[in-house]
Design a protein around this ligand. Structure first.
Ligand code: ADP
Ligand code: ASP
Ligand code: MG
Length: 411
């Protein structure tokens, strides 16, 4: 008998019928004798609806109150799923994040889990009950309700699995595993049997929303065996683990991630002197704006241009700061562009394959896609391009790096 943490996402609990279907599934696992802890998301669309209500009132909703509001979505689902389980003769009890005692820091709307007191859950499991926990939330030292950022129920599940030393953490969702790229964008995307934490971490941080990045971080840190599966279709899903592929010929690239969530800002014609990057980017980070890609190029006339990207929601704030800095430094111009996208190729195989970058650049050249910015790390290469070319670029790269699923094609 094992202890399994199962997480069901928003679409999987989006209607009463689906909640009943989830209850059937959980009951079946329980009948097999496993101890089950279930973490659930809000019903699909609910978190967005609640955020929309807050924005009708305030353009920048008070962070503490926003958390009180948006944490209610998950509270609805834990109650409904527990009722559905009890109805099936499968004893279950619901817990909000703070009832479990999921202790977080006080960074409202993007809190980090510090500690989980598993004693309540263990006591309930001992009584033979299924424990149903509200995902995406916790509370801080002072008892304020906090939430963990969009997609945070994944992190709740993995953190519970780590705290309870579960045998496996199963993330049930609306696709049957982790794919080479978003299967809703590339029809020929292929399900991966296996992906390393390292690769999954890059994929998540570069825009693949199938798992929240913090969930992958947690799973890697505590070595929680993690599997992504379809809620209502049987299948092996995708295992995320430490080991690299055992195949002899591991591919150069395992997956392609992309995001439309960023915006690009440039400050042109600043003096090329020591400390200039700090003078420009210091005030941006002081305003708590995260900077992603940064490129600096020096011109022959002893001036510099610095270009960087921030998340699109921060663009207006960053632009105002940059105009201030431009005035102070006597810069020539500030230019912004929100119509950009970032495409990244990811794979541990990159370490042992040469020519990956040039193949990427040639593929983009062949479809006349202009590369605006490039950044690389050991296992990924990212390019910033015009948003209009995004889907074309992802498909072309998917084919060029032999990721297409050709199994359904006739010979
Ligand atoms: P849930 O509500 O269950 O948490 P999400 O919408 O957060 O589900 O995540 C699942 C979605 O992630 C899929 O429907 C798919 O469109 C998207 N996705 C993006 N990249 C990938 C990928 N590489 N593999 C699988 N799904 C992906
Ligand atoms: N309900 C939250 C969201 O929509 C958390 C989650 O679903 O993981 O972001
Ligand atoms: Mg999700």
């Amino acid at each position: 008998m094992s202890l399994i943490v199962q997480k069901f996402g928003g679409t999987s609990v989006g209607t009463i019928e689906r909640i009943e279907a989830v209850a059937d599934k959980v009951t079946e696992f329980r009948r097999q004798g496993h101890d089950i802890v279930v973490a659930v998301s809000a019903m699909s669309g609910e978190t967005n609806r609640l955020i929309g209500l807050a924005h009708e009132l305030q353009s920048q909703p008070t962070p503490r109150e926003l958390d009180v509001l948006i944490s209610t979505g998950e509270q609805v689902t834990i109650a409904l799923l527990s009722m559905a389980l009890n109805k099936r003769g499968c004893p279950a009890r619901s817990f909000t994040g703070s009832q479990v005692k999921i202790l977080t820091d006080s960074a409202h709307n993007k809190a980090r889990i510090k500690e989980i007191d598993g004693s309540n859950i263990r006591a309930e499991l001992k009584r033979g009950r299924v424990v149903v926990v509200a995902g995406f939330q916790g509370s801080d030292e002072d008892g304020n309700i906090t939430t963990l950022g969009r997609g945070g129920s994944d992190t709740t599940a993995v953190a519970l699995a780590a705290a309870l030393k579960a045998d496996e953490c199963q993330i049930y969702t609306d696709v049957d595993g982790v794919y080479t790229t978003d299967p809703r964008v590339v029809e020929r995307a292929r399900r991966l049997e296996h992906i390393t934490f390292e690769e999954m971490l890059e994929m998540a941080s570069l825009g693949s929303k199938v798992l929240q990045i913090r969930a992958v971080e947690f799973a890697g840190k505590y070595n929680v065996p993690l599997r992504v599966l379809h809620s209502f279709q049987d299948g092996p899903g995708t295992l995320i683990s430490l080991e690299e592929s055992l195949e002899m010929e591991s591919p150069a690239i395992s997956g392609i991630a992309f995001t439309r969530d960023e915006a690009k800002l440039s400050i042109l014609g600043v003096p090329d002197t020591p400390g200039i990057a700090y003078r420009i980017l210091g005030p941006i980070s002081d305003a708590n704006i995260e900077v992603d890609v940064i490129v600096q190029n020096a011109a022959a006339d002893k001036t510099n241009d610095i270009t960087f990207t921030v998340s699109r929601g921060d663009m207006v704030k960053a632009e105002a700061i940059l105009h201030e800095t431009a005035k102070e430094l006597g810069a020539r111009e500030v230019v912004t562009d929100a119509k950009i996208a970032k495409v990244s190729i990811v794979g541990v195989g990159m370490r042992s394959h040469a020519g990956v970058a040039s193949k990427m650049f040639k593929t983009l050249a062949d479809i006349s896609t202009n590369i605006q910015l490039i950044t690389t790390s050991e296992i990924k290469i990212s390019v910033v391009i015009d948003e209009n070319f995004l889907e074309l670029a992802v498909r072309a790269l998917h084919t060029a790096f032999d990721l297409d699923d050709t199994s359904s094609e006739s010979a």
